[in-house]
Ligand binder design. Sequence first.
Ligand SMILES: C[S@@+](CC[C@H](N)C(=O)[O-])C[C@H]1O[C@@H](n2cnc3c(N)ncnc32)[C@H](O)[C@@H]1O
Length: 321
Amino acid sequence: MTEYQHIPVLLKEVLEYLQPNEGQNFVDATLGGGGYTAAIANLVAPEGKVLSIDLDGDAIKNFQFLISNFQTNPKLKKHNDKNITLHKGNFQDIDKIIEHHEFPAPDGIVADLGLSSYELEHRGISFQTNQPLDMRFDQSQDLDAKFILQSYGQKDLERIFNDYGEEKFSRQIVRKILEARIKNQPLKHTEDLYKLIEEALPKPVKHKADDSARRIFQALRIEVNHELRNLEEFLPKAFDLLKPGGRLVVVSFHSLEDRIVKQFFVGLTKGCVCPPEFPQCICGKNPKGKILTKKIVLAGEEELQKNPRAKPAKLRAIQKI
Ligand SMILES: C[S@@+](CC[C@H](N)C(=O)[O-])C[C@H]1O[C@@H](n2cnc3c(N)ncnc32)[C@H](O)[C@@H]1O
């Protein structure tokens, strides 16, 4: 199969915060091209294990192929095929997936959110190449972008474009989408949607169609893949599953994701929630985690020169107390 291409982002920093050592066990919640999985597997081998999850069957197949060719594969050095387990599924089910594989309590869990370069290039996620309006990470899922554009009502479309895209001209764009339906001109390809966005924009901002399109395409992708809901369900489960002292590292790519991660981490560091006027604590709450990234971690100049797609990446890490 075509190799599932993706250059791992912030790999050095991910390893620095996860600190994988020989014999330890890790979960890579987003396998993608397997850059993190391979690096972690090499560090924990021969006894340590990695459980790697992805919604995308192509990511799983690609890595299965790499494992079967590991002797000729420079990514997997010390690897033996027993120490990596692959699972096609949603990281929001991490608790069930770990139980299913009888995987030990992890020393660390990493999630590199969003999409791989392979998905960006093959799933109608970008308006740069004309493709069917699909956007699904999981190709077995029913909901795709075409369906949303053809069947969601005005309010829902505006909510998605406002909340997930923060697009100023949502109302005008939604009006055009509804007109296209009435004229029986269904939006089938990325080019159709791009043209519609351009037409919907008021004259003075038409030259900014690329910016609006980027926001609208992002919003649709988030809705198709339930990205924020998955993240909200994943974080508390992942943290609970960690061993005491275990680490959770999350790399996010837009402010909506990063806000969810930040608020969740901050919540874990809070201790007593008794009102200040109480003479002594009666809630008995203690902080559950210690934030390891006092300042958010971004890609350095060297990485950005090699891989401009690392630009929006933001890494946060927390350790379970
Ligand atoms: C940025 S890529 C990961 C790249 C990977 N770290 C590497 O080094 O190649 C994100 C991956 O997460 C997967 N993904 C997104 N949402 C997911 C979810 N809810 N559960 C499991 N995998 C998910 C995507 O299919 C994609 O392959």
